[in-house]
Design a protein around this ligand. Structure first.
Ligand code: FES
Ligand code: FES
Length: 210
């Protein structure tokens, strides 16, 4: 898909329409290749939000402090306000929209007869396991920081699938929640880690039985 340069009435943050050097870049976002024609000076978060319309990634400070703009770059959390979009070429990007694109949990039961027998998710269940843990623990208040925390936690759990509480506390300290709701965040991430661990152990036990 090729995204043309934004028009003059494009949203704030979009590139000016004339007099600027434009560049074609190809971004791999949530498993899809996007061709974007824009200025090389544009930040990754602006291109995600304004060119690709992936507005789940938020912009807070634009200085690398708050973490609201956190996305995954080759699986690692990064501040997308601190990168040029061109720097992300060749990498696999994931935004918060990738967490539950079709309502499937990130680590649910393996495919098989049981999975096929499951009822389709109700609209309220169209969240990943991590998002459901956030909801269960009320790990969001205003919610503005939530996409950043989700992607921070998703990247963290991929690297440290069995963290202790001190490690979770350390990682959530990387982002700012002005509502100071850190305790529910810690509880949600711990619950998600425990549920994924139980699912892994269950799968491992099932394989041994075969
Ligand atoms: S908007 Fe990127 S760190 Fe705050
Ligand atoms: S819920 Fe994070 S800033 Fe309000």
């Amino acid at each position: 898909m090729t995204t043309p340069p934004p028009s003059a009435d494009a949203a704030p943050g979009a590139a000016p329409p004339t007099g600027c050097e434009l560049q074609l870049m190809v971004l791999d976002v949530n498993g899809e290749q996007h061709e974007v024609i824009t200025e090389p000076r544009r930040t990754l978060v602006d291109v995600l939000r304004h060119d690709l319309r992936l507005t789940g990634t938020h912009v807070g400070c634009e200085h690398g402090i708050c973490g609201a703009c956190t996305v995954l770059l080759d699986g690692r959390p990064v501040r997308s306000c601190l990168m040029f979009a061109a720097q992300a070429e060749g990498a696999a990007l994931r935004t918060v929209e990738s967490l539950a694109p079709d309502g499937a949990p990130t680590e649910g039961p393996e495919e098989g007869p049981e999975a096929g027998a499951q009822a389709p998710p109700a609209p309220g269940d169209r969240l990943s396991d991590l998002q459901q843990a956030f909801r269960a623990h009320h790990a969001l208040q205003c919610g503005f920081c939530t996409p950043g925390f989700l992607m921070l936690a998703e990247g963290f759990l991929a690297e440290r699938p069995d963290p202790d509480e001190a490690e979770i506390r350390e990682v959530v300290a990387a982002n700012l929640c002005r509502c100071t709701g850190y305790q529910p965040l810690v509880a949600a991430i711990a619950q998600c880690a425990a549920a994924r661990r139980a699912a892994r152990e269950n799968r491992s036990a099932q394989r041994k039985e075969l």
